[in-house]
Ligand binder design. Structure first.
Ligand SMILES: C[S@@+](CC[C@H](N)C(=O)[O-])C[C@H]1O[C@@H](n2cnc3c(N)ncnc32)[C@H](O)[C@@H]1O
Length: 253
């Protein structure tokens, strides 16, 4: 479908946020960095081809399965969920949630290209799709989120690597009702390893203080790197028990 190649091995091991591919689009060869989503989404089918067909990304299905298992263990059903899908992209995770039977889905992404791709690829999937920077929400956008009375936050492949900072996560989290379900994934090093980032500090404190109650954590292969190596992530499902004061999070950003 796409004439897409990865860097030759001579480029050595690129960091995950430096990885790139070359692809022919409308007759010209272009080099695109994996995390330059604003360049990927406008090309129909490229996001799925790159991350799912070639790099075998399994995150939406893994997070979905973990959420389904925990809902079932708590005798809850997806039909009762009002989900905020943060870092929604073109709707890969949203499609899983709709397939589970979630009736209310709202997407948020920081770039216009994601909203346009979601509408192009999965029209009508989201009841609403906000293009917003969650670290700098307008009062109007905050009101728009509060109106839905979300009882579930989902964020897949959008934490870490300079994507969503802790305050953005906290803002989304605080827009949920209490209690609410929270399902996300993150690179394992960011939560558990030596390479723990600011996000791990936030989650650790939320768990310690009881604001977040962990229900399940699963290590799995998120996708392959451009060099064909497995990249391991953790999927987590938890329950919100209290808001997180934004002031305490600000110093983590
Ligand atoms: C790898 S994509 C994941 C998309 C989708 N969740 C999926 O599983 O296919 C990461 C998405 O997070 C979005 N993102 C990055 N930083 C963000 C932020 N601060 N707030 C909201 N979205 C953000 C990016 O624009 C991108 O669409």
């Amino acid at each position: 479908m796409f004439d897409l190649t990865f860097p030759p091995n001579s480029h050595g091991d690129l960091d995950q946020d430096e990885e790139w591919c070359e692809v022919t689009v409308d007759g010209s060869r272009r080099r695109i960095r994996f995390h330059d989503y604003h360049e990927i989404y406008p090309i129909p089918g490229l996001y799925e081809h790159l991350f799912y067909d070639r790099l075998e990304c399994s995150s939406p299905t893994t997070v979905r399965t973990l959420l389904e298992e925990e809902l079932s263990a708590a005798s809850k059903v997806p039909a009762g969920l009002r989900v905020l899908d943060v870092g929604a992209g073109n709707g890969m995770m949203g499609a899983e949630l709709a397939d589970m039977g979630v009736p209310t889905l709202v997407g948020v992404d920081i770039i216009e290209e994601a909203a346009a791709a979601a509408e192009r690829d999965r029209p009508g999937l989201y009841e609403d799709y906000m293009v917003a920077d969650l670290t700098d929400l307008s009062a109007e956008d905050r009101g728009r989120l509060a109106e839905v009375r979300f009882n579930c936050l989902v964020t897949v492949a959008a934490l870490g690597f300079g994507d969503m900072p802790p305050t953005a996560f906290a803002e989304a989290y605080n827009s949920l009702e209490t209690p609410s379900w929270v399902a996300f994934n993150i690179k394992e090093d960011f939560l558990e390893g030596d390479d723990r980032g600011d996000f791990s500090g936030l989650i650790a404190r939320m768990l310690e203080k009881g604001a977040l109650e962990e229900r399940a954590r699963r290590r799995y292969r998120h996708r392959l790197s451009a060099a064909g190596e497995p990249l391991h992530y953790l999927a987590m499902v938890a329950v919100k028990r209290a808001d997180i004061p934004l002031e305490s999070v600000l110093r983590l950003d």
